[in-house]
Design a protein around this ligand. Structure first.
Ligand code: SF4
Length: 241
């Protein structure tokens, strides 16, 4: 566990995309991808972030991030904290708190395996994110395939995030053929609030954490569209990005 001195120091904590038009809905943002993840999704293409090997990214420290946010606060309004899984990072609360102090809206991306952390953030005046996006990987019976054996946590996180106003939350699913088919779509839909914004992306078979997934053919555009159309019949806010 890192102490306050580390948090104020220069240890590498992740990779920073200084300007992004795609990570925060309707906002120009900076996006921080924190190292480390408790899951091992076979299709994950953020290998170096997950394992913390610091290979493919220029690592930044907490101070680097804050200096950047301070410098750009008049031109960028959103700050995205992603990963990896931000909820395992000791930097999460200080990042949110200090970004808020600088006037940023903060979006948190999470895999939903830490409902207690989410509940505690939601209760906090200073650390409550302004937007939360949660990945819903597959139906609960297949979550073991991404390294998660406690699906009660997934259900609980969906419940907590669903209590947030509609415009401040979204759920996201990658259309990975072994994880998401028509039946899985129906099962995931049954977990989500009816007014969910449910954002889909097609799977890319490039640089996957489990190299065997590089041999899996993604859905064709028309198959992906068909799956999202099915999702739309249950959750109107389903959309293919
Ligand atoms: S895709 Fe899975 S393994 Fe990769 S960062 Fe997200 S939750 Fe972690």
């Amino acid at each position: 566990m890192l102490n306050n001195a580390d948090i104020q120091g220069t240890v590498p904590i992740g990779a920073l995309v200084k300007t992004s038009l795609v990570d925060y809905p309707k906002k120009v943002s900076s996006a921080l991808f924190l190292y480390g993840c408790n899951l091992r999704c076979p299709y994950c293409y953020n290998k170096d972030l997950v394992t913390g090997t610091f290979k493919d990214f220029e690592a930044v420290s907490f101070n680097d991030v804050m200096a950047h946010l301070q410098k750009r606060k008049n031109v960028i309004s959103g700050f995205v904290i992603s990963g990896g899984e931000p909820c395992i990072s000791p930097f999460l609360e200080p990042l949110i708190e200090q970004a808020h102090e600088l006037g940023y809206s903060v979006k948190l991306d999470t895999n939903g395996t830490f409902p207690e952390k989410l509940a505690s953030l939601m209760k906090s005046e200073t650390c409550r994110p302004d937007f939360i996006a949660m990945d819903v990987k597959t139906s609960l019976d297949r979550y073991n395939l991404v390294g998660c054996n406690n699906t009660d946590n997934i259900k609980e996180s969906i419940k907590i995030i669903s209590s947030f106003p509609t415009e401040k939350r979204e759920f996201r699913t990658v259309l990975v053929p072994p994880l998401v088919d028509k039946d899985n779509i129906k099962e995931i839909a049954s977990l989500l609030p009816k007014d969910a914004s449910w954002q889909f992306a097609n799977f890319k078979n490039i640089n996957c954490l489990d190299e065997s997934y590089n041999n899996i053919e993604p859905y064709t555009p028309s198959q992906a569209k068909e799956l999202v159309n099915l999702a739309k019949t249950i959750i109107e806010g389903a959309n293919l990005r």
